[in-house]
Design a binder for this molecule. Structure first.
Ligand code: SF4
Length: 260
């Protein structure tokens, strides 16, 4: 890879690890291009957080949008909602816009996977994209990520008060308690997510975000109560959000590719 033409790109997901990496790299690679691959279905807290980061980084975060949005692709896939088995959303709304932005240039892609994680994240098969893992190389762990965010003044995204990961508001990776959190915090988005679910009365086929129940079923008061009671960790005055998250590994298996 010739250094002359090499571009340096860091993808922000709206989550804590890529945000901390951006802060960590700001003065190390001044020519860094910061990008955010916007599915158009992110949480308002996520958009606010990207704006906050932009202020800290002192340069614009480039928003990459798919040429066609989620609804177009949903039609193309015959109304089949994405799922962990059929994850067309990530390919069409995250990977394609990223690879188009990179084109044929030689690129170093900075990935925010930490030293205390055992995952690989998105690694492009394109030979001109070389992934690097500064946190792994420098032994940066989750505790360090929180320290970097706190010391910078950027802090952690607000949605961590009720959700453990970044991504689309209807992401099928979210837990039941997070769906309940979406209903409580963003009832309009919950309704939007619900409107994507379809039922074929003739065949009995259901197209729902979660296989076990529809959002309408989940939103029933008795079910919500059950979900709340089964949620082991709650944020009370004796525990800070950071201390709660520091002991929670559930974000470590999040949408790997969506760390873009
Ligand atoms: S955040 Fe979830 S729903 Fe959105 S693109 Fe990623 S996997 Fe798909």
């Amino acid at each position: 890879m010739s250094d002359k033409k090499t571009r340096h790109i860091l993808g922000l997901s709206g989550g804590k690890d890529s945000a901390a990496l951006a802060i960590y790299m700001r003065d190390r690679v001044p020519e860094m291009e910061y990008i955010f691959t916007d599915t158009g279905k992110e949480l308002p807290e996520c958009y606010n957080y990207i704006a906050q980061l932009e202020a800290f980084l002192g340069k614009p975060v480039i928003r990459l949008n798919s040429e066609r949005g989620f609804d177009h692709w949903l039609d193309v896939y015959g109304g089949l909602l994405p799922s962990s088995q059929m994850r067309w959303c990530t390919r069409q709304l995250k990977i394609r816009p990223f690879e188009k932005y990179v084109g044929d240039d030689n690129v170093v892609s900075y990935v925010g996977i930490r030293a205390d994680e055992n995952r690989s994240g998105y690694i492009s098969t394109k030979p001109n994209i070389k992934p690097v893992f500064p946190f792994k190389e420098d032994g940066i762990t989750k505790a360090d990520v929180f320290r970097i965010l706190e010391e910078s003044g950027v802090g952690i995204p607000k949605y961590y008060e009720w959700r453990s990961r970044s991504g689309c508001f209807f992401c099928f990776f979210q837990r039941k308690s997070e769906w309940a959190g979406l209903l409580e915090r963003h009832p309009d988005l919950f309704e939007q997510a619900k409107s994507y679910e379809k039922f074929d009365r003739e065949t009995g086929q259901r197209f729902t975000w979660s296989q076990s129940e529809s959002l309408e079923e989940l939103a029933k008061p008795a079910r919500l109560m059950e979900i709340r009671q089964a949620t082991p960790k709650t944020l009370d005055s004796s525990r800070t959000l950071v201390s709660l998250l520091a002991n929670d590994d559930s974000d470590d298996d999040e949408c790997l590719v969506c760390t873009l």
